[in-house]
Design a protein around this ligand. Structure first.
Ligand SMILES: Cc1cc2nc3c(=O)[nH]c(=O)nc-3n(C[C@H](O)[C@H](O)[C@H](O)COP(=O)(O)O)c2cc1C
Length: 185
């Protein structure tokens, strides 16, 4: 191994699934792309999300306390990039990019995605310091194939990787059997 710059850390750690964050204010919906996020708690589920003040979505999230996290399908990398390269402050992204929605929760669900997680902002104490927002997942909608369908992972530089082969090590999860079992339910 050779030592490389710490500036590359996010390129190794970021590649959880790339997410879309939908928000809505005064009846107008918007969406942005987000690669920086992490699970914080299993139950009730909490997710830590980095949303910076350079985004229109940041202002709407802080104002309304609500957002929908959508997990894109593996073939949506072009759309994911386009969504993250324009601002809802100037563009109606739903119209401009032809995003398909369905009304089921408080916010529109992105129906072409694998899953949609209806979230409420529960902690913004680290927002000023790290732009970190803790979201509680209140409802979850998923497509029938959500367990098998590949997801997209952003490598931090405009390149994406899709999930590949599955390695099932759940029998070795003896200390965490409840969690291993959860994946099958
Ligand atoms: C692949 C990708 C990943 C991104 N990840 C984040 C992120 O984790 N946090 C963030 O604040 N912005 C992130 N962005 C930038 C926002 O998506 C971008 O600023 C977007 O235009 C904001 O839209 P809005 O102004 O409509 O909210 C990302 C953009 C791309 C293309």
């Amino acid at each position: 191994m050779k030592e490389i710059s710490v500036e590359n850390a996010f390129r190794l750690i970021e590649p959880g699934p790339i997410l879309l964050v939908a928000t809505q204010a005064s009846g107008r919906a918007n969406v942005m792309t987000m690669g920086f996020h992490m699970m914080v708690q299993h139950a009730p589920p909490l997710i830590g999300c980095v949303l910076g003040p350079w985004n229109h979505s940041y202002r709407v999230l802080r104002e309304t306390g609500q957002c929908m996290l959508a997990v894109p399908r593996a073939d949506m990398s072009g759309l994911v990039t386009a969504i993250g390269n324009c601002s809802g402050a100037e563009t109606d992204k739903f119209e401009a990019l032809g995003l398909q929605t369905v009304n089921k929760g408080k916010l529109p669900l992105l129906s072409d995605c694998l899953a949609n997680l209806d979230c409420r902002l529960v902690d913004e104490t680290l927002s000023d310091r790290y732009h970190l927002h803790i979201l509680a997942v209140e409802r979850l909608w998923a497509a029938d194939d959500w367990r098998e369908a590949p997801m997209l992972h952003h490598l931090g530089d405009g390149r994406f990787r899709r999930d590949g082969r599955l390695f099932d090590e759940s029998e070795g999860m003896t200390r965490w059997q409840d969690l291993a079992g959860l994946g099958r339910r």
